[in-house]
Ligand binder design. Structure first.
Ligand code: DLL
Length: 432
């Protein structure tokens, strides 16, 4: 088994706890001294820096949320003078002010290390050719995987997103062995590969590092088969640096959190109470050594759970399950909580690719749920009764998993817009 930094990635839980506590106490002092916005929040809660004496005291600290980031925009959460910052990145939010995160040179270095660990966990070595098709620019995907690949010494192809045919030719000509992009773009690349008359054996890829959006286990198996690779999940968010907060290993059983840099908690999203290990709730992170944007107890709004069960890869870092989706992606339809990923699972099990759109509306005071699903080319037929049967099978599958009815519309192949970055799966007309 290969690791980028075996000593830390496979350290005993006690060693990790020790590292976390030492860094945590320093970080709280750093924030208290240098981030007046957070210091005020602590004071308002009646907590002072000297009250924080061990890791267990973290529960005394106030949470930070996206709302705080908006209030403090752009410089209010900076922990160092602007002259020490060397880069910014920003979230892809489409409404209101974007979130801007700042980085010192050291912050970038530790981010690159996190991504290098992820590439090694996906079987990468310095001899690999890493094709980075995440977007470059303000989005963190391109820069993060580029930094990790560079740090490991791989040949990095900074192709960014778009121009799909050119991407495939590049992968062939430069013999890319690792592909890094969103899972929806990987699915699109796989589809285009076959349309160009090629199959998985025509590209030398062995692994994919896919993240930035929720994707189902079924979608993973589909991409793996079509590209002839092993697909690894990677998670992160701009506020905490970007990709590489956690990453999957060969066991594909959840993502190892880089615990020497990020302390994770799961809370009840309604009460803020910390939940025991294994329970589903909102993921909250404390950045233990980031200096420019040192967020303590940041509420990610991602719903998932943690486990410290032994992993066959030998890493001891705690693992997080695939997030079910963001609490703000969760749709409440006729009082029932619905995550788009649950619908995706039904579609993939019935043999569809992840080309679908969920349209929610309110008609005569009742929520409606419409799911548009693209037929696969081989399913396309003139027989209305065949198509009707397929439609009914999907409606039954969705009803069984959600407990509410959905109206499924099957549409012709290639009519739902493909995504080069994060896919837009939901149109909630109730909010428009
Ligand atoms: O998406 C960073 C990233 C880039 C992660 C490339 C992985 C690969 P943001 O644009 O700030 O940053 O969006 C962060 O995306 O809170 C999750 O809701 C979602 N997300 C990220 N990775 C995953 C994943 C990047 N593997 C938000 N599975 C997060 C599910 C994910 N959701």
């Amino acid at each position: 088994m290969a690791y980028y930094q075996e000593e830390i990635e496979c350290a005993s839980p006690e060693t990790i706890k020790g590292i976390q506590e030492e860094k945590f106490l320093k970080q709280v002092r750093h924030v208290w001294d240098n981030v007046p916005y957070y210091r005020k929040k602590m004071e308002e809660k009646g907590v002072f820096v000297d009250d924080i004496k061990s890791m267990a005291d973290i529960s005394k600290l106030p949470f930070l949320s996206k709302a705080d980031l908006k209030v403090a925009y752009p410089y209010g959460l900076l922990g160092v003078p602007l002259s020490e910052c060397v880069r910014i990145h920003s979230t892809s939010g489409t409404t209101g002010k974007r979130v801007i995160a700042f980085y010192t040179k050291e912050d970038i270095d530790l981010w690159d290390t996190c991504c290098a660990r992820a590439i090694v966990a996906a079987g990468g070595t310095k001899d690999d050719v890493v094709h980075v098709a995440y977007g470059y620019g303000l989005f963190t995907g391109g820069a993060g995987l580029d930094g990790g690949s560079h740090k490991l010494g791989c040949l990095t192809v900074p192709v960014s997103s778009g121009n799909t045919e050119r991407q495939i030719l590049f992968m062939m000509d430069l013999k890319a062995t690792i592909l890094a992009c969103t899972p929806s773009y990987a699915a699109y690349l796989a589809e285009s590969l076959s349309e160009m008359g090629y199959g998985p054996d025509d590209i030398p890829l062995k692994a994919g590092i896919f993240g930035a959006e929720a994707w189902s286990e079924e979608m993973r198996r589909d991409i793996e088969a079509k590209l002839g690779i092993k697909a690894y999940d990677i998670y992160g968010l701009t506020e905490l640096s970007g990709p590489g907060v956690s990453f999957e290993c060969s066991a594909q059983g959840g993502m190892h959190i880089n615990e020497d840099h990020f302390y994770a908690e799961i809370i009840d999203p309604d009460t803020g109470e910390v939940l025991p290990e294994g329970e589903y709730g909102e993921l909250v992170f404390t950045a233990l050594d980031k200096k420019a944007f040192p967020l303590l107890r940041y509420r990610t709004r991602d719903i998932c759970r943690l486990t410290r069960e032994k992993c066959s890869c030998g890493r001891t870092f705690i693992r997080m399950a695939k997030p079910k989706g963001r609490s703000d992606d969760m749709l409440i339809i006729r009082g029932v909580n619905v995550f788009p990923s649950q619908i995706e699972t039904v579609l993939m099990k019935e043999g569809y690719a992840a080309n679908y759109q969920i349209i929610v509306d309110r008609v005569k005071n009742t929520d409606t749920l419409d799911v548009h699903v693209e037929l696969m080319p081989e399913m396309f037929t003139d027989s209305i009764s065949d198509i009707d049967e397929r439609r009914r099978a999907l409606e039954t599958g969705i009803h069984n998993i959600l407990g509410i009815k959905a109206k499924v519309t099957l549409v012709a192949p290639k009519t739902i817009q493909r995504s080069e970055g994060k896919a837009v799966r939901v149109i909630d007309k109730r909010k428009i």
